[in-house]
Write a new protein. Structure first.
Length: 202
């Protein structure tokens, strides 16, 4: 891979990259990665002068993303990254232009927990701001997953996930009063799992 591309974008999610190429987030300045992991999705934002924040339940991941942030001269001091739960975000209402939720919502214990995480993220987005979600679904693999209760399923890849479907996503979009600025898109990974991209504007 071209090294400068890797340096600029890191191992960014391809569908988040797609939104960057489309210019969707051109007017955004503040970005929260909710369940940031070690920060693979924020390298570009850090380097481009966005005010980047991140929370994760893992201490080790927050240590790693602080190191990543410190390696770029940016407007994102280490205090912006903290150990916290997505369902209980330690930020004021409407603080962010963009919230990223990449591969986090499918760890929900049940529908109530999923709703708490979603509402918490929605609360901290300003009117007109964006929520980018990448999450597991059963779209295209409906007959290959097995319910284990509480909205969670055993997938053909052996993992257990809370799964959504298109009807649920459309219904939650409407309940939030959100608009879909991109159609719901799903990647079926060789019938082992399906990953769906859900892009909302508040
Ligand atoms: C599969 S990793 C994805 C990390 C990152 N978003 C990415 O795309 O590379 C899931 C992350 O979500 C975090 N996580 C899961 N549930 C969480 C919760 N309720 N609150 C905060 N972090 C959570 C985990 O610690 C882990 O870092």
């Amino acid at each position: 891979m071209n090294e400068s591309l890797r340096q600029q974008f890191g191992n960014i999610d391809i569908y988040l990259f797609d939104q960057l190429l489309k210019g969707t987030y051109d007017d955004c300045q503040s970005v929260l990665d909710a369940g940031c992991g070690q920060g693979r999705n924020v390298a570009y934002f850090l380097q481009s002068g966005y005010q980047v924040y991140g929370v994760d339940s893992s201490v080790d991941n927050i240590t790693a993303i602080k190191q990543l942030a410190a390696s770029f001269s940016s407007s994102s001091p280490q205090e912006n990254f903290s150990v916290a739960l997505v369902e209980n975000l330690p930020f004021d209402d409407e603080k962010f232009d963009l919230v990223i939720s990449s591969a986090v919502l499918h760890f929900a214990d049940n529908a109530g927990h999923f709703g708490e995480m979603l509402n918490s993220m929605w609360r901290v987005i300003r009117p007109g701001g964006y929520l980018f979600c990448r999450l597991a679904s059963d779209i295209g693999i409906e007959n290959l997953v097995r319910s284990i209760g509480n909205g969670r399923y055993l997938l053909p890849d052996g993992s257990e996930r809370f799964l959504v479907n298109q009807e649920m996503l459309l219904s939650m979009t409407s309940e939030l009063g959100a608009s879909l600025h991109e159609p719901i898109k799903t990647t079926n990974v060789q019938n082992l799992r399906s990953m769906t991209t859900w892009c909302l504007q508040k």
